[in-house]
Design a protein around this ligand. Structure first.
Ligand SMILES: Cc1ncc(COP(=O)(O)O)c(C=O)c1O
Length: 470
């Protein structure tokens, strides 16, 4: 590893006179030449250097320069038990020598069967059928298609519209983007998308003075009822991000909303899809966010943390009543959807190791103690006049930097936005954090020690001072 670091710094000291051949130059230079990075205006990297990583170790990412960054957002919310986790490594390593992959159509294998049994048991058998995809967006596509197809098989082919919630994010493929209401991702592709009905936000911050978070939840549910009363004959499903709308800025709502939606979906015969891709796997405080509402959806999408952040894996859990709609002698009634890596054994084995850690380490219980300590460390921010809405759901913390705090416009690649300044300032303090607009959030892995939590909060607060000063 040291060799790589030395090579890196030696290369960087040479003036870039002409375009080097592949393999020459620093990792950052080579990456910018050949890799098109996701969700990135590539031109910003003329000014903001990529983080060139050499390895991961627990909650830390280590750059080729040797700088250590505490991964405060679990590498886009996927990494639950740290990088290079010995137990997940061992499980994937063992599986590698047994069966790396086989198609799941017409074949099966122990990892996918065991994982499906365990996920079904986690829903007490309510959602007993598991259909696998690769990443989050593919799970959303599966749920949307399955919902319409189930209605079609039930003799209701007109149910081919979807509803989503203001501010929802469900992924970047065209179907998932169609039920996404985050303008920066959605608007450019509007002409390609099938528009969904967008219902009011249950955002707890919409509570008027003297109201609890239940009031905006009730108002938002009333909006859903208005829509259903008018269009339920055409609507196949309503998709939600239960408890926290993550990508639009960790927007939190009361569990009452999910409960009310379950009642409305039953009353109006509309499927409820819970996208737990970000909030599942303990992130909300319970293993599934829907548990806090005491209801099960018709489809539950999981991804991100399910493989411990190791390998792309997603799964849609659904009920026997849905499954039965497809079970027939006719192949046209079957769900003829597939991805080449569906149910990949390595990814399923990583997921089984992840579930083992939940059990053996009593993770949900220990996260309550970790969460309480992080709350305590963040408490002084409540008095900080520059921020508002310090909030928490399980292992997600967020606060908004006030409008009147001196935040630069994010519109230009020339002038760093607040989020860009904050990111740079956090890195200087040994913490990896990427605010969403003016919302700073923490979504750490579930393994932080007290010292690491102190480091994270020092970095969070120091970066705030620096970003607002800069
Ligand atoms: C709630 C939610 N749904 C879907 C997705 C899409 O997942 P992926 O990026 O793996 O396609 C994400 C990703 O952030 C998400 O947060």
């Amino acid at each position: 590893m040291r060799k790589v670091a030395e090579q890196e710094s030696a290369d960087m000291s040479e003036p870039p006179q002409r375009l080097p051949a592949s393999g020459q130059g620093s990792l950052q230079e080579r990456s910018l030449r050949y890799v098109w990075h996701p969700c990135t205006q590539m031109k910003v990297h003329e000014r903001i250097p990529l983080l060139a990583l050499s390895r991961g170790e627990g909650a830390w990412l280590i750059e080729t320069s040797g700088r250590r960054l505490l991964d405060g957002i679990s590498s886009w919310w996927v990494n639950l038990f740290g990088h290079a986790n010995a137990r997940i490594n061992a499980a994937v390593g063992e599986q590698l020598h047994v069966l790396e992959h086989a198609m799941l159509a017409g074949c099966t294998h122990a990892p996918v069967v065991e994982l499906s049994e365990r996920l079904s048991a986690l829903t007490q058998g309510e959602l007993g059928h598991c259909f696998y995809g690769s990443d989050g967006a593919s799970a959303v596509e599966i749920a949307l298609k399955m919902s319409h197809h189930a209605w079609r098989n039930a003799g209701r082919p007109r149910k081919c519209e979807f509803a989503c919630v203001r501010g929802d994010y469900h992924g970047e493929s065209l179907g998932a983007l169609g039920v996404t209401d985050v303008p920066i991702f959605h608007d450019v592709y509007r002409a390609l998308l099938r528009a969904a009905h967008v219902v009011a936000s249950p955002d707890a911050r919409l509570a008027h003075t003297g109201e609890s978070a239940k009031e905006p939840a009730r108002r938002a549910a009333a909006d859903v009822e208005r829509l259903f009363a008018e269009r339920s004959e055409q609507i196949a499903a309503l998709i939600i991000e239960p408890l926290v709308q993550c990508a639009s800025g960790m927007v939190m709502h009361d569990a009452l909303y999910v409960r009310e939606l379950r009642t409305l979906c039953d009353r109006y015969h509309v499927h409820l899809i819970a996208d737990e891709i970000a909030v599942g796997c303990g992130r909300s405080g319970t293993f599934f966010a829907c548990e806090q509402a005491g209801v099960w959806p018709d489809f539950l999408c999981l991804s991100k943390g399910i493989s411990g952040g190791y390998l792309p894996l997603s799964v849609v859990l659904t009920r026997a009543q849905i499954y039965e709609k497809f079970y027939s002698d006719e192949s046209a009634r079957a769900f003829l959807h597939s991805h080449s890596y569906t149910g990949n054994p390595l990814a399923c084995r990583a997921a089984l190791a992840t579930l083992d850690i939940f059990d053996t380490d009593r993770v949900l219980e220990r996260n309550r103690a970790r969460g309480a300590y992080l709350d305590e460390l963040l408490a002084p921010l409540r008095q900080d006049p520059r921020i508002a809405n310090l909030r928490r759901c399980g292992m997600i913390w967020a606060f908004d930097v006030r409008e009147d705090a001196p935040v630069a416009s994010p519109a230009s690649t020339q002038r760093p936005s607040f989020a860009q300044r904050y990111f740079a300032a956090a890195c200087e303090r040994g913490v990896l954090l990427r605010p969403i607009g003016r919302t700073v959030y923490l979504m750490p892995p579930y393994i932080l020690s007290d010292d690491e939590m102190q480091h994270l909060v020092r970095g969070t607060r120091g970066a705030l001072d620096a970003a607002l000063a800069g």
